[in-house]
Design a protein around this ligand. Structure first.
Ligand SMILES: Cc1cc2nc3c(=O)[nH]c(=O)nc-3n(C[C@H](O)[C@H](O)[C@H](O)COP(=O)(O)O)c2cc1C
Length: 197
């Protein structure tokens, strides 16, 4: 059951996500599963911000402010569009990577935040919802970060959009394993690094 699920899972188009979203109990499960990821040093180097209901519109005001501050020539219609980003799904969960003081290298703490994002996506899919992990401009906007109250060691790992998918997911091409996998042996030639960049 789980292997076929993992072999076929994929993200839903953001434009296909609609209501209903997860109920309160399902949301609790998503957050619990999001917090159940490998975490070297048990620092839980991440936290979650949930956007639901009208809060998505209110947070949209902050998106508008951030976009306007960083793009002073933006047309009002563009600001309206940006303000609606969180309305594209009934539930949006921001995963924030927070680097904790301690022995665990920063890189490993960031990787753990990525695992959290993916666990939430998988759990949502296992519940029958569509999901999409996006960063977009607002993850990198200094103004939005500040308006959201992030601290200097915090970074948005992603915004997980979750809802009922109205269209089936078309598959996309996956990397050819022969280009990305080598079996190391003492005598093997230089590693095949997958071509491309
Ligand atoms: C960290 C991260 C950030 C992403 N941000 C965006 C984004 O801002 N915009 C976008 O169109 N796709 C973004 N994507 C890609 C989408 O999540 C995309 O739907 C997904 O990679 C499709 O892969 P799948 O078919 O295996 O689910 C991002 C992916 C990751 C891992």
């Amino acid at each position: 059951m789980i292997i076929p699920f993992l072999k076929t899972r994929r993200s839903s188009k953001i434009t296909s996500l609609t209501s209903p979203g997860p109920n309160a109990e399902q949301l609790q499960d998503l957050l619990t599963i999001g917090a159940r990821v490998p975490d070297h040093g048990k620092y839980h180097p991440w936290y979650f911000i949930v956007f639901e209901g009208n809060a998505r519109r209110e947070a949209g005001d902050l998106l508008r402010q951030a976009y306007a501050a960083e793009n002073p020539d933006a047309a009002p219609a563009k600001l309206d569009l940006e303000a609606e980003n969180f309305l594209r799904a009934p539930l949006v969960i921001a995963v924030v990577s927070r680097i904790r003081e301690g022995k665990t290298p920063e890189w490993e703490q960031i990787l753990s935040a990525g695992a959290t994002c993916y666990n939430i996506c998988l759990a949502a899919n296992a519940m029958g919802f569509g999901s999409n992990w996006l960063t977009q401009w607002y993850s990198y906007s200094p103004t939005f970060r500040q308006l959201m109250g992030l601290e200097t060691q915090d970074r948005f790992a992603g915004f997980i959009y979750i809802g009922t998918a109205t269209t089936p997911n078309e598959d996309r091409e996956r990397p050819d394993l022969s280009r990305i996998v080598t079996r190391w042996t003492k005598k093997s030639p230089a590693l095949n690094t997958g071509g491309g960049k």
